[in-house]
Design a binder for this molecule. Sequence first.
Ligand code: CO
Ligand code: CO
Ligand code: CO
Length: 304
Amino acid sequence: MESLDDAGVYKISDDLAIIQTIDFFTPIVDNPYDFGQIAVANALSDVYAMGGKPLTALNVACFPTKKLDISILQDILKGGIDKMMEAGVILVGGHSIDDAELKYGLSVTGVVHPGKMITNAGALVADKLILTKRLGTGILSTALKAGKVDKDLVAVMTKSMATLNKIASELMQQVGVNACTDVTGFGFLGHASQMAESSHVAMKVNSDSIPVFAEVAEFAQKGLCPGGLHRNREFYGKKIEFSEQVPEYMRDILFDPQTSGGLLISVAAEKAEMLLSKLKKAGISEVAIVGEIISQPAGKIIVK
Ligand code: CO
Ligand code: CO
Ligand code: CO
């Protein structure tokens, strides 16, 4: 917990540790089946970020039985189970309660070899930083609630959020990397800042190379930003040095809380291109090298 890592890890023996994590939230898309898929991809992501293999899961569901038809919950759970099947995760139970607001997610148990665990604390000076998914899901879901996002863009963001970080995780383990975390509620810069702090290094981020969903810049300029974005900016802002030319909307995007975001990977420079091309070949087309690790000032992030 000290390094604010993605999940809890408990060593059982010299070659086996369990990884435990829980994540659940309110719907961010209208389609119940899609929401179930996204919630599961999001909950499993912390295990993938640590280089682990998720094995079993428990459903966590809060449902307003007086307000909504029970078939909606059934569709959410179906989306969730289908995504768990894809991940090779077995649903072993769960718990649901009547609640004023709908929420769904999972408690997940995975395994990892204690010596092969990937934390956010291992980034080394001169490493390259790789990001595997586009940013902007928080801004897009805010714009979606305001009725401003067209069908095609909803489909694109839904597909990204429902995509498991499984393949990205397997490929980074194959290549061998120094640190990893997944980009979720604290936004790109929040999670990057945790990595820098835990690893006792600094980072240089090139904002032009950050992959972003279409129309996010426009929505951000119109102020369609979730509350969490402002909280992230306030909390992590003092650890970030922006150069003047980074526009205000880009700063917002870099702090945008993500749902089921990509992996942020710190990998030795000589392996970075190889990992990048393996990820692209596996269909992770939006992946990009977005920065590098530097030594000073420790814990700080310089954004150009
Ligand atoms: Co995480
Ligand atoms: Co989490
Ligand atoms: Co019970």
